[in-house]
Write a protein that binds this ligand. Structure first.
Ligand SMILES: Cc1cc2nc3c(=O)[nH]c(=O)nc-3n(C[C@H](O)[C@H](O)[C@H](O)COP(=O)(O)OP(=O)(O)OC[C@H]3O[C@@H](n4cnc5c(N)ncnc54)[C@H](O)[C@@H]3O)c2cc1C
Length: 388
């Protein structure tokens, strides 16, 4: 996997190139040797998390005041891309933590930031965002979890599922969405709450076994009359869905970065294998049918990179980036699935073996077409934008 740094837009700074080099070295030395074991055990990578935090990756785009790195979003995209090139599940630990950090950073009070944001930026804890429920995924407004207020405390009852980063030994805040009433137009009023690990009535259910993202731990969560003080409401009452939808566009850029990592990793592993494996007395790299597969991967990786970096640069510039985020997420995740599929094909029988990174990336790529809005949901958003 010691491949040259991939093609990059000419306008990237030397600082971005330095970050890429540092993350690449870290991922190849500190993650690659343990990936297969983590996949096998479906285990959270505690040591890697701590080291990534020490290097400043976990809090990179967040304010220094709260323990972040004051970096730009483009740098964070590069971090996730390089981590996912080696192990997409490990990269998702940072990605999911970042979604919580964004909500706390944008809507939290100084007290909430000090108590809940700081430890997930400096790596002492890891955060989860819990929106999805057994009967509410794409249709996120159809939540059944409820929260009632008695003047002093909020009491939450309901369940969540598919929650990344939940159930770890360093579990930090879980930001959950719950129905808190009915709007004048009859729709559900949804609010966000910060639930600390160990809150009474809050429990972790089954660990979910998956075909991809196996080292990204996923659980069901239960709230049985879970009572939290009034100051655990995040932002305004009734603003929950608006907060989550605003944050999810950033999440789409970050999931796109994970997909770009898989695209680049599939390309790098395929070209390396084609150079060494022989059939019919020739290196695989001499067969045009396989050359075309890696040519497509290289084309798609470059296009995905331009789309994602553009979306991140728009966000960094404070310009609207929501449609670009959906375009980039849709393109990158579907092309990553295709590249992962072709990388397995190029590796032949060996490509199906769990010890091969291309086999593990195949499952990881599928998850990316589903989370942070499925491909169908991205197409709905894009169609709405182009038909407006
Ligand atoms: C590994 C993993 C980790 C996750 N981590 C988290 C997490 O940390 N926090 C969290 O809150 N959630 C998380 N999720 C949940 C994820 O966000 C949802 O799975 C996703 O939003 C899709 O919802 P769903 O699974 O209920 O599918 P559904 O919404 O039931 O969709 C099923 C199918 O129907 C399609 N569909 C739905 N509506 C339409 C429509 N209007 N038009 C056309 N097609 C439609 C979908 O595209 C999909 O193909 C995670 C999921 C996975 C698999």
């Amino acid at each position: 996997m010691n491949r040259p740094i991939p093609s990059r837009p000419h306008w990237l700074t030397d600082q971005h190139a330095m970050i890429r080099d540092a993350v690449r070295r870290f991922a190849e030395a500190q993650i690659a040797p343990y990936s297969e074991k983590l996949w096998e055990d479906e285990a959270f990578p505690y040591d890697i998390w701590r080291e990534a935090a020490q290097l400043g990756f976990t809090g990179l785009p967040y304010p220094e005041t709260w323990g972040g790195g004051d970096g730009d979003w483009l740098s964070f995209v590069i971090v996730l891309e390089e981590l996912a090139r080696i192990d997409c599940a490990v990269a998702n630990a940072l990605m999911a933590n970042s979604t919580v950090a964004s909500l706390l950073s944008n809507y939290g009070t100084p007290e909430q930031k000090d108590r809940f944001l700081r430890p997930i930026l400096d790596g002492r804890q890891i955060g989860s965002i819990a929106l999805s429920e057994p009967d509410a995924g794409s249709d996120a407004a159809n939540l059944a979890t409820r929260a009632t207020f008695d003047g002093e405390r909020w009491t939450v009852s309901g369940s969540k599922t598919f929650i990344s980063n939940s159930g770890t030994a360093i579990g930090g805040p879980v930001v959950i969405a719950a129905v808190t009433g009915t709007r004048p137009d009859g729709r559900k009023e949804i609010s966000n709450f910060v639930i600390p690990s160990g809150a009474p009535g809050f429990s972790t259910g089954r660990k979910l076994r998956k075909i991809g993202w196996r080292a990204s731990i996923t659980h069901e969560l239960f709230f049985d009359e879970c009572a939290v003080p009034a100051d655990h409401l995040l932002g305004e009452r009734g603003a929950g869905l608006r907060q989550t939808l605003a944050q999810i566009s950033t999440g789409r850029i970050l999931i796109g970065a994970l997909a770009l990592g898989i695209l680049q990793g599939s390309l790098d592993r395929s070209t390396a294998y084609m150079g060494t494996r022989r059939a019919f007395g020739r290196a695989l790299s001499e067969f045009q049918a396989l050359q075309f597969k890696v040519a497509d991967m290289a084309t798609h990786a470059h296009a995905a990179r331009l789309m994602l970096y553009d979306a991140a640069a728009l966000k960094d510039a404070g310009l609207p980036f929501e449609t670009q985020a959906s375009l980039a997420k849709l393109f990158a995740s579907e092309r990553a699935m295709e590249a992962a599929h072709q990388a397995v094909q190029i590796h032949g029988g060996y490509g199906v073996m769990a010890e091969q990174a291309v086999a593990r990336a195949f499952g990881d790529a599928k998850v990316l077409e589903i989370v942070e809005g499925t491909s169908e949901i991205q197409r709905m958003i894009i169609a709405r934008a182009v038909l407006a």
